[in-house]
Design a protein around this ligand. Sequence first.
Ligand code: PMP
Length: 453
Amino acid sequence: MLANSLIELDRAHLVHPVASYRGHEAMGVRVLKSAKGATVTDDTGHSLLDGFAGLWCVNAGYGQDSIVEAAAKQLRELPYATGYFGLGSEPAIRLAARLAELAPGDLNHIYFTLGGSDAVDSTIRFIRYYNHAKGTPQKDQFISVEYGYHGSSTAGSGLTALSVFHAGFGVPYDWQHKIPSHYSYRNPVGSDPRAIIEASVAALRAKISEVGADRVAAFYVEPIQGSGGVLVPPAGWLKAMRAVCKEHDVLFVVDEVITGFGRTGPLFACEDDAVVPDLMTTAKGLTSGYVPMGAVFISDHVYDTIADGAGEALVGHGYTYSAHPVSAAVALECLRLYEEGLLDNGRKAGKRLMEGLRSLADHPLVGDVRGRGMLAAVELVTDKERKTRLPPEADPARRIFDRAWQNGLVIRAFANGVLGYAPPLCCTDEDIDGIIERTRMTLDQTLEDKDVR
Ligand code: PMP
């Protein structure tokens, strides 16, 4: 009774993010009710392993009492403080200081947002401001990578390179440019890491020269492309791209919204390549999704140029909920949990996850298995030799998602037949083994579908 009325109310009133509105209305919502550790339960009592940590964000896992207590304490003491008018709150200040300490290099200045899209949007505004302050306002062109995702804000969606976020919205703008992805499994130069890095370096140099080095402000990358299908660049790729940016006085922006906070092993994935960006965006694992928050990390030289350029004038960028004290208190507790065991557990579980997924490589539908730490994907094909994608008209993503759901597993099923994995870092061996087992079961069932093959 309750479930039915919720489905009706949802259908009539709730607009869902990234959804086919009419398709969703026809299908009806699935209502999640409770969660603990890596397990979520819906309102019919069906329990599932959450192999995707919500939306790659619940890194600490569900039901962490100390996070709930940190939020409750802050809510009682001071539920809100603005950062306007020179005001602030203790958790926000302590969080900024702690993040600056933990961040690579001189990323010492932290600007808090509500999530990832507005973090990316803030970098665009800061970079424009920086170039005005520097006396190079003509540097107003931005480059990103095909298959990249940088949010769905009005400006950031044009850095995103996935067509569903562009069609009908009038983006990308003419100041937003793309270079091809490293996508090893389908790269025209083959899968040799050196050839892939060389091709990307050449593509970035060519794009900078085409647009004009005096015009290019910044280059955006994800250390691992998430929403594009968990595309993992070869070791050294990030460093090589960083070097090209330095050569041409182009700011290097690393978007760690998915990869940050232990998802790939270290606290930040750019540490794997010993790379220090000029700006870095984060969200998701910062608060493990318990409350919304994102953060832009700004290097000393970018911050100082903006600050000196502005002088006594206001830098007109800010939100009502920037540096929210409750979100900051939650983030501080998440950081404590990461450092006191969750990062270590995530690394251990990530190894087991990758081994488990690799054991699926012999399945007739599995073309590629890739990932790092607790971020992975399985790319499905109907012909391994030709790397033929599953037929889109059979709507494989919807079917695989539904089937996995019935089998007690939440995974991301991308439209092109890629399955995404990003489980909570708190996963036990049993959780990981369950994810693998239920994936195999789902693949076996999919193999029986004549129209998918
Ligand atoms: N950047 C990246 C790399 C992301 O993966 C995402 C979200 N998946 C965003 C930005 C946007 O973040 P949000 O959904 O919190 O706005």
